[in-house]
Ligand binder design. Structure first.
Ligand code: 5AD
Ligand code: SF4
Length: 473
């Protein structure tokens, strides 16, 4: 059964774009181009949201700056996954006191996951009077209307109501690069891992319709994008809420059928519902990168249960084995949380041994951060931050060693690399990514940016591969 999806009607987005035109008239009336700054924290989904905020701002006539003293509008798009990012936001928003004094009339907006938590919205209201506008992820589609309210009423506007989430098509998007593009295929999360705030702030899983996703992918290919990353909190459950008979593997197949030379990537996959069908599809679709980000979080069955992950160590290892059978060159990356409440020495040893067993190409490691309102926040947590740090350092050392060893195996091989930018550092002036997403530094003409090139790997370290353009004899 499909759950109810709150779709914002196209006319409503059209009305927002009309408001953009109205704001345009107003802010460009003196013949000068106003400037905006969008500061983004957190994950790729937030990057994609910021591209929409910039899309709206561009329609309103704003140019962009990285200098807060030049900006007429500042939007801070926040992340709630860990406390550290939240502290940085409060620090940086607090520092905007100076810019607002220097530039009266400057509008400061704070949006994103963090403000969707009541206690944070309250703190911004009471302790940060310089903030004019606060809006949650579910209100992004009506950012122009909210901004106009601030401009008209000279009053602070708060819009971060509780919501299961919406799907909105047709918001203009101002993308960051010309080579790589984010493509959101779904929003929200239904998994309720016990440590995670995401389901509370981003709402329930909602998939975009396949025809909308495919149309956007087509447009990106036509615009020359070479690397398209399909985004969702848990892409493997794509389509379950639609009842249209298209699952994530089917969607990959349809995007793969779009003519053109480009790569399909995706993130993030939850191990609970990564299927053999998905791995086979990845293997069969020539445009699909052989890379999967499959967060394991812990190698201990006891902790996985307490995290509400719905798989155990054996099942995870089995999935990795199936995936590697389908794609022997598969790059596997993961996320791991260290110091989940009551994680013992034995539990942590299980995580270390799982990492040795899988040999991840790269691991993103985090120290557990207590999130208000999640079940884990009330679990007893007898271990100190210092004890957790010891484990964290041990795991980082292991991750670095394995990445370095895996990178060494590339030396002498010739790989297809998508050249994506300049490093600004000689002699390795260009950067690129292998099909599996490994970072490559190379020397060459910047005209290569946006092209695939064969590169022979000559050196490596923990973080990157170094190579030379392969010139056929
Ligand atoms: N503390 C630490 N790390 C967390 N993550 C999610 N919630 C928390 C938390 N409360 C990590 C998980 C997830 C990644 C995006 O962030 O590893 O996969
Ligand atoms: Fe958080 Fe778990 Fe959902 Fe990922 S799958 S966003 S870790 S609740």
């Amino acid at each position: 059964m499909a759950i109810e999806r709150k779709v914002i009607e196209p006319e409503k987005i059209e009305a927002q774009r009309e408001i953009c035109a109205k704001i345009f008239e107003r802010v460009t009336a003196d013949g000068q181009r106003p400037l905006a700054m969008v500061d983004t924290y957190g994950c790729q989904q937030n990057e994609a949201d910021s591209e929409k905020i910039r899309g709206y701002l561009a329609e309103m006539g704003y140019g962009f700056t990285g200098d807060e003293f030049q900006a007429d509008v500042i939007v801070v798009n926040t992340c709630a996954v860990r406390e550290h990012a939240e502290m940085r936001v409060f620090g940086n928003v607090g520092a905007l006191n100076h810019t607002k004094k220097a530039r009266p009339g400057q509008i400061i907006a704070v949006c994103g996951c963090m403000v969707q938590q009541e206690h944070i919205a309250r703190k911004l209201k009471l302790s940060y009077p310089i903030v004019d506008l606060v809006f949650g992820p579910h209100e992004l589609w009506r950012f122009p209307e909210l901004l106009l309210q601030v401009m008209d009423r000279h009053k602070r506007v708060f819009a971060a109501e509780k919501s299961d989430g919406v799907v909105a098509e047709g918001i203009p998007q101002s993308r960051d690069g010309k080579v790589k593009a984010w493509l959101s295929i779904m929003y929200g999360c239904n998994n309720f891992c016990t440590y995670c705030i995401v389901p509370y702030v981003r709402g329930r899983e909602r998939s975009r319709r396949p025809e909308d996703v495919i149309a956007e992918a087509r447009e990106l290919v036509a615009q020359g994008y070479k690397d398209i990353t399909l985004l969702g909190q848990n892409v493997n459950s794509y389509g379950k809420d639609l009842d249209c008979g298209v699952d994530f593997a089917d969607l990959i197949r349809e995007i793969n059928a779009i003519p053109g030379d480009f790569l399909i990537r995706f993130m993030t996959s939850h191990p609970r519902d990564a299927t053999e069908k998905l791995f086979k599809t990845m293997a069969e679709c020539e445009k699909c990168a052989h890379h999967i980000h499959l967060p394991v979080q812990s190698g201990s069955d006891r902790i996985l249960k307490r995290m509400n992950r719905h798989y155990d160590r054996a099942r995870y290892l089995e999935e990795v084995a199936i995936a590697r059978r389908c794609m022997p060159d598969l790059v596997i990356t993961t996320d791991i949380i260290v110091g989940f409440p009551d994680e013992t020495e034995e539990d942590f040893a299980d995580t270390l041994s799982l990492c040795e067993e899988v040999r991840f190409d790269a691991m993103f490691t985090f120290i557990y951060s207590k999130r208000v309102g999640t079940p884990a926040a009330t679990m007893p947590d007898p271990y100190t931050r210092e004890q957790k740090q010891v484990h964290f350092d041990q795991l980082t050392e292991l991750a670095n060693r394995i990445s370095g060893e895996k990178h060494k195996e590339y030396e002498g091989r010739t790989l297809r690399v998508l050249v994506d930018g300049e490093t600004g550092k000689e002699p390795w002036n260009l950067s690129g990514r292998t099909n599996g997403g490994r970072l490559v530094h190379l020397q060459g003409d910047k005209a290569l940016i946006g092209q695939f090139a064969d590169v022979t790997i000559t050196a490596s370290n923990t973080w990157a591969l170094y190579g030379e353009l392969h010139l056929p004899l």
